[in-house]
Ligand binder design. Structure first.
Ligand SMILES: *[C@@H]1O[C@H](CO)[C@@H](O)[C@H](O)[C@H]1NC(C)=O
Ligand SMILES: *[C@@H]1O[C@H](CO)[C@@H](O)[C@H](O)[C@H]1NC(C)=O
Length: 217
């Protein structure tokens, strides 16, 4: 009886723990530098032999350099994730620099695996996210240099430079590999394309309008 009780408590604990996870799983060792060449497939990357680990496995240089914002949206994200720093593997954290030309936008997008915290280093930004509960409610704010704002995990969010000079933000993300789904690109730029009559009904426009938007992506 006692052991059955203990095991049911364990089952409840395990279920509760998995619900409470809010970011990448915690590491079980000091570090696990990504070995991107390892044949083993795990949730993340396999660990490099720790005797071969060097300081450069935890290092990235270049975040002082502005991103090139000469593109249709006028912004550029420079990510620093496990793809740039193998030492981030299993640590549940990453960084990015966002450059925005005057009136440039980082279009509505979502990070499936990370909450984001942003600080403005230069310029001023309009930021916002849309909630699921209450449904489709916009939370927005204009930020100045030194201000900090949070975008909760999974929610659609955006940034826009509302000044006449370049804006720069640095963001922290609660995943080694936050992922990004840019809404317009995903919906109108998927390969192969989503059927235009399906999108026409979804967006309540005609198929010619959908064809025209799809041609932009
Ligand atoms: C920025 O990107 C544009 C468009 O791709 C390109 O023409 C230009 O040479 C780039 N500028 C720099 C400094 O790399
Ligand atoms: C949406 O959120 C704002 C706060 O950001 C709140 O003032 C407003 O009442 C909300 N609207 C609805 C319809 O829930």
């Amino acid at each position: 009886m006692a052991s059955r009780f203990v095991s049911s408590v364990l089952v409840v604990l395990v279920a509760t723990c998995s619900i409470a996870l809010a970011s990448d799983p915690s590491p079980l060792q000091d570090f696990c530098v990504a070995d991107r060449t390892a044949p083993a497939l795990v949730n993340g990357f396999a660990c490099k032999d720790s005797s071969l680990v060097q300081a450069d496995d935890f290092f990235f240089s270049g975040l002082h350099l502005p991103g090139n914002t000469s593109n249709p949206v006028g912004s550029k994200v420079t990510p620093v994730t496990v793809a740039q720093i193998p030492g981030l593997n299993t640590l549940g954290i990453s960084l990015a620099r966002i450059d925005l030309a005057p009136w440039g936008v980082n279009p509505p997008h979502t990070h499936p695996r990370a909450t984001e915290i942003l600080t403005v280093i230069e310029g001023s930004l309009e930021v916002g996210f849309v909630t699921s509960n209450p449904e489709n409610n916009l939370t927005r704010k204009v930020l100045q240099k030194g201000d900090v704002f949070v975008f909760p995990k999974g929610l659609v969010h955006f940034q826009r430079n509302v000044g006449y000079v370049n804006a720069v933000a640095i963001v922290g993300l609660s995943s080694q590999n936050p992922g990004v789904i840019t809404i317009a690109n995903a919906v109108f730029g998927s390969k192969p394309a989503i059927a235009n009559d399906l999108l026409a009904k979804s967006f309540q426009v005609d198929t010619k309008t959908v064809d025209w938007i799809q041609s932009k992506f």
